[in-house]
Write a protein that binds this ligand. Structure first.
Ligand code: PMP
Length: 394
């Protein structure tokens, strides 16, 4: 049966990691895959996570199934984290999913059964998996203008002019904060404008928030999403604990549905549970149990917030440090990096220049020009700055 299959296409980011591993040069740098690394180049388990894990190990008495929706304490904690203080808090329902990836797929499947002719509008460019996931669920995809390749910022006018054309059969997907891959975020005024357009023209807003806490702080990063949630009848959210709890491999996320009533939100949740039953059935427990433990404990929550905050501060310092190092080489071509938010920046380097970074400097980045700022070490900023300036002038 399978011999007739053509070989799989290699995932560009994952295959980059393999090439990096096989590179024997000692000054090599991996700025490809989106993981946070500390100044020693490690991705440590966060302290609050360690404590929660130890407690869970001591307390846990069974490995019996939890249920289709996963851990309901976790689900409530995710809604609290994102929607507390908004009118949407009491008219939302959440399902624990295997990462935000699982949430994206479950929400896409839900849209496909509710309204098969849905078109999902994505930022140009967007997270590399948005299009494949939406299409795999049978939905149509189109892109709206977002990143201005000249200024390296969002072109809000072009974005809003295009979104103004979206109607009731459309879903507009927005990145909650720390846009992947560009690092360029929309302003609060843009969130307000999108909210007005959603109410006027009837499209469904869909927010994917995978980096809460890495942009301007936990509360600030949810401000746009909360404005939407407060002012629209219906919206959907995919959220992730991969980055802000450092739980990458534990596959921890949630799908949230906001509706005009709790009853409606719960009805949609019920349909997601049917869909989950027919795919993975139940999400893995460990990561969600850890998050629930942290967020239900004031002290642990504080420890987590402090650590997240120091990761966020370090990211800001790395961005500024890199720009300073580039400036010291006599170039201001990368000043925009200090204005970007979160883990990534799109550098504007061409695929050929990115290949030169790899060949001449052993610096691995994705061909679209994205670099993972969170993968940098302070002592390597000068080396990277020299590489950026050299290849950009070639
Ligand atoms: N959405 C965005 C915007 C992402 O960048 C990512 C990848 N980190 C995901 C979703 C998927 O995250 P997860 O690891 O939680 O599945």
């Amino acid at each position: 049966m399978f011999k007739q299959l053509s070989p799989a296409q290699l995932d560009p980011i994952l295959s980059l990691s393999i090439a990096y591993r096989e590179d024997s040069r000692t000054d090599k740098m991996d700025l490809g895959i989106g993981v946070y690394r500390n100044s020693q180049g490690e991705t440590p388990i966060m302290q609050a996570v360690q404590t929660a894990q130890t407690a869970l190990l001591a307390e846990q008495k069974t490995k019996a199934y939890v249920g289709l929706a996963g851990d309901e304490v976790f689900n409530q904690s995710m809604m609290d984290l994102l929607l507390s203080g908004t009118s949407a808090h009491g008219r939302a329902a959440a399902v624990q999913t295997p990462g935000a990836s699982g949430a994206l797929r479950m929400l896409a499947d839900l849209m496909a059964i509710a309204q098969p002719e849905t078109t999902v509008w994505l930022t140009d460019p967007s997270y590399v998996n948005h299009k494949p996931v939406m299409e795999a669920a049978g939905l149509k995809v189109r892109f709206y203008p977002y990143f201005d390749r000249q200024t390296k910022q969002v072109n809000s006018d072009a974005m809003l002019a295009e979104i103004a054309k979206a109607g009731p059969k459309d879903v507009v997907l927005l990145h909650g904060c720390c846009h992947n891959p560009t690092g360029a975020d929309i302003r609060f005024e843009d969130w307000q404008a999108v909210t007005e357009l959603a109410n006027k023209n009837g499209f469904l807003p869909f927010v994917d928030i995978a980096y809460q806490g890495f942009g301007d702080g936990l509360a600030q990063d949810a401000a746009g999403l909360q404005h939407l949630a407060d002012n629209v009848e219906e919206m959907i959210i995919a959220t992730s604990c991969s980055k802000n709890f450092g739980l990458y491999r534990e596959r921890t996320g949630a799908a949230i549905i906001v509706s005009d009533s709790l009853q409606e939100a719960q009805k949609a949740k019920g349909r997601i549970l049917n869909l989950a039953r027919a795919t993975y059935t139940m999400p893995p427990d460990h990561g969600a149990a850890v998050v629930a433990k942290i967020l239900q404990d004031e002290k642990l929550t504080q420890v987590w917030q402090q650590e997240l905050n120091s990761m966020h501060q370090r990211l800001l310092n790395l961005r500024q440090g890199l720009v300073k190092a580039v400036n010291a080489q006599g170039s201001d071509a990368f000043d925009f990096i200090a204005k970007h938010k979160g883990m990534f920046s799109v550098t504007g380097l061409s695929p050929e220049q990115i290949a030169r970074m790899r060949e001449d400097f052993a610096i691995y980045a994705v061909a679209d020009g994205r670099i993972n700022i969170a993968g940098l070490q302070e002592q390597k900023l000068d080396y990277l700055a020299n590489a950026l300036v050299t290849v950009s002038q070639s």
